[in-house]
Write a protein of this length. Sequence first.
Length: 202
Amino acid sequence: MAEIVIGVGGLGASNSKGTTIKTYALGSCVAVVLLDPQTRTVGMVHVALPESSIRPDKVASLPGYFADTGIPALLQEMRRCGTRGPQGLIVKLAGGAQIMDQNNTFNIGKRNALAAKKILWGFGLAPVAWFDGVASSFLTGLATNGWLSFPFMMVISLGALQSIPADLYEGSPDECWLLAAARAGLPIVVPGHEDSTFGNIF
């Protein structure tokens, strides 16, 4: 399985099966991820600054360093992998945090995100809203934690109860299955119980 690691100001694209594209330590930087569902091409650029006019000397060596040069360069890289154009691409953004700027003096993170969106809009693209705002981030995190805390644990508990042999259950056939399971099963699946088969897992 191949792996493409995108550094600060870097970009890359691939449509090879099993290839992973990732980056690290975004902070105020913004990662723009593009997916072409038709050719299954995925590309990423790690944007550090909003405009190339801030550091024009870096444009030639690191076009991905800036939003206004990085996104066009990423689209060009994806065309080399078979993408015909920006139409139909799925867009995701990550990063854009406010780092060590409590007084909003530079606001690099917000400027990076806005610059990336502006360039994307110029190509007729817009990111899928998920983690790009306070409300959407809160609701997504709430839904994820809700799933982890209740339904997921119910699935784990159900799997544990279903593994209990039937001859351990006592009581009449008409007895409520929940009461029978509680009497026969809970001593086995409750962590820390002397008869527990799952005590060492948690």
